[in-house]
Every structure is written in structure tokens, then in C-alpha cells.
Design a protein around this ligand. Structure first.
Ligand code: FAD
Length: 299
């Protein structure tokens, strides 16, 4: 029970008395030299926080295959930060996907975020596996497990994956991925912490004991994040839209509101017992650095 003065809140306890908090940071592979500069600048600011790992996404349909491998290899070889490569099975044979996994292993990459991916037409369209390909993330996890001793993360959806027929199908699918050998689930972005807690409760009731790490999306641009959310089936609550309403031309207030919203979300999760966090950085460091500080993590 939180007292009126907030004394029992974990986020207000002296840092030495708090449980260890693990963070991971997700990046995307940059397309241009300028974007690559920002990638490395952000990584060098976040690396001293000692993340459990930083991960680099795999563009839709494998479009960033080489860039993902190059970025994760460089992180592994040049920074000493543990790095995870994302991998999807869209539009590729099992053999081709297995070759990517072997390439990761040869580059010294020991962590994979294993995903089905979405069809090239977009998230709303039915997924048709390649005739010789892996047909789901669970199938992919089983394939990766046969190829080496990787640390494997998979995706989870606090608001249900848009293509899951119902909650049972959604939780069964998560269980299949973990039973196939995944070590943890990382959630899609969400803005109502209640959705996360209800999801964790459903998973625990179904016998899932693996960590379900909340994926936190700091809002650098509300317009952009609302677009992402719409495409991936995450909802934007009215109160959130209201907070950012009319701020398109006022970047300073927008940034302050974004910091306040994300601070409220992570401190509430911390206060209710969450000890692992995954941040969608969009290759930026400022907000994530501030949020890590609220979690008691400093360089
Ligand atoms: P799955 O777990 O395979 O499930 C997808 C849907 O299919 C679910 O509704 C499930 O219930 C259903 N399903 C699974 N198996 C069956 C079956 N046998 N029969 C009927 N239905 C079935 N996308 C990228 O392209 N690149 C990335 O780098 C990337 N990184 C991500 C990281 C995180 C943390 C998250 C949460 C998502 C990421 N995504 C990425 C998006 C992801 O690819 C999409 O959300 C995709 O739609 C589903 O992928 P999945 O791995 O969850 O699929």
C-alpha cells in the first residue's frame, strides 16, 4: 500500500535498498550516415548504464538483414555491450533463416529476438509463411534452438496480437514460444499499465513463468508514435491524446509532457514490482537516460 506521502514507493527508496533493475535498449539499423552518427552517439551515452543487452531490429521482410548484422557485430566487437539481433521469418526459406542464425553465431552474437514478422503488405494483412519457411515465431524459436545455445527473446502483446482469435489463442501462442525454448518475452508498447498487469496475470494463470518484460516507448513525437501504435495494434488512450493535444508546434512543452508521461509509467511499474524494462529508444538517448535515473540506474 502506497502511503499518502509515497514513503513505501520503491521508486522513492534509497537506491542501495532497491532490488537490482535490469534494462535493455532497442535500436533500429540506421539508413544514412547521419542516422548512423546518431545511433553511435546514443549508444555511447546509454552503454555506461550497463544494459543487460541492446538489440537491433530486423527490417520488415528482412530488408535490413546486412545492416542488422553489421550493427550488432560492431556493438559486440567494439563496445563490449551484450548485443541481441532481431530476426524474422517473413519471405525466407528455413535454410535462408538458418544461414542468418549461423552468421550471427559466427559474429559472436549470442542473443536473438525471434519474431514471425509481418507480411510486406502490412500488419493488418494475413500472414502466409514461405512454403519452405518457418510458419510462426514458435517454429522459429525451435529452429534457432537446434542451431546453437542462444539467449532468445520473443514478443508478447498486452492488448492481444491483432491476429489472435481470442485471449486463449494469444496466451497459448506465447506459451508455445516459451516452451519451444525462449528465455523471456518482451511486450509491445502499451500506455495503460493495467493492460500489462492483466496480461501478466493471464500468462501466469496459463502456467507461464518466464519473465514478461514491459516494452516502454518514450514519446519523442506523439504523431509518430500514434501512427506506429495504430499499425501494431496498440491503443492510444484518450487521456494520452489529450495530454499531447495541440503540442505539434510546441516542441518544448511536448518534450516535457513526454518525459512526464514516461516517468509516470515506469515509476508506477517499478512501484508495483517490475524489475526488468525494455526501452524502444528509436536511436535516441535523452529520455531513456532520464528514465533510467528514475529507476536508480546511473552510468
Ligand atoms: P507469432 O508469435 O508467430 O504470432 C503472430 C500471430 O499469429 C498471433 O496472433 C498468434 O496467435 C498467431 N499464430 C501463431 N501461430 C499460429 C498458428 N499455428 N495458427 C494460428 N495462429 C497462429 N517486426 C519486425 O519485422 N522486425 C523486428 O525486428 C521486430 N521486433 C519486434 C520486437 C518486439 C519486442 C515486438 C513486440 C514486436 C517486434 N516486431 C518486429 C513485430 C512482429 O514481427 C509483429 O508483431 C508480428 O505481427 C508478430 O510477430 P510474433 O513474433 O509475435 O508472431
Amino acid at each position: 500500500m502506497v502511503s499518502a506521502t509515497g514513503e513505501s514507493r520503491l521508486s522513492r527508496q534509497p537506491e542501495e535498498g532497491r532490488p537490482d533493475i535490469a534494462v535493455s535498449f532497442e535500436f533500429f539499423p540506421p539508413k544514412t550516415d547521419a542516422m548512423e552518427d546518431r545511433f553511435w552517439a546514443s549508444l555511447s551515452r546509454l552503454a555506461p548504464l550497463g544494459p543487460r543487452f541492446v538489440s537491433v531490429t530486423y527490417g520488415a521482410g528482412g530488408s535490413t538483414r546486412e545492416r542488422t548484422l553489421r550493427m550488432v557485430s560492431r556493438i559486440t566487437n567494439e563496445t563490449g555491450v551484450p548485443a541481441a539481433a532481431h530476426l524474422t521469418c517473413v519471405g525466407a526459406t528455413r535454410g535462408e533463416v538458418d544461414d542468418v542464425v549461423r552468421g550471427y553465431a559466427e559474429a559472436g552474437i549470442a542473443r536473438i529476438v525471434a519474431l514471425r514478422g509481418d507480411p510486406p503488405e502490412g500488419v493488418g494483412h494475413a500472414f502466409t509463411p514461405h512454403p519452405d519457411g518457418y510458419n510462426s515465431a514458435a517454429d522459429l524459436v525451435a529452429g534457432i534452438r537446434k542451431l546453437g545455445d542462444f539467449d532468445i527473446s520473443v514478443a508478447a502483446y498486452p492488448e492481444k496480437h491483432p491476429q489472435s482469435a481470442d485471449w486463449d489463442a494469444d496466451i497459448d501462442n506465447l506459451k508455445r514460444k516459451l516452451d519451444a525454448g525462449a528465455d523471456r518475452a518482451i511486450t509491445q508498447m502499451f500506455f495503460e499499465n493495467g493492460d500489462y498487469w492483466r496480461f501478466v496475470e493471464r500468462a501466469r494463470k496459463a502456467g507461464i513463468s518466464a519473465p514478461i518484460v514491459p516494452g516502454i516507448q518514450p514519446i519523442h513525437s506523439f504523431r509518430q508514435i500514434a501512427g506506429f501504435a495504430g499499425r501494431c495494434g496498440a491503443s492510444i488512450p484518450q487521456w494520452l491524446a489529450d495530454r499531447f493535444g495541440g503540442l505539434d508546434e510546441d516542441p518544448e512543452t511536448h518534450a516535457l509532457v513526454a518525459a512526464a508521461v514516461a516517468a509516470e509509467q515506469v515509476t508506477e511499474l517499478l512501484d508495483s514490482g517490475v524489475t526488468e524494462f525494455h526501452f524502444y529508444t528509436l536511436n535516441r538517448s535523452n529520455l531513456v537516460l532520464a528514465l533510467a535515473r528514475l529507476l536508480g540506474i546511473r552510468p
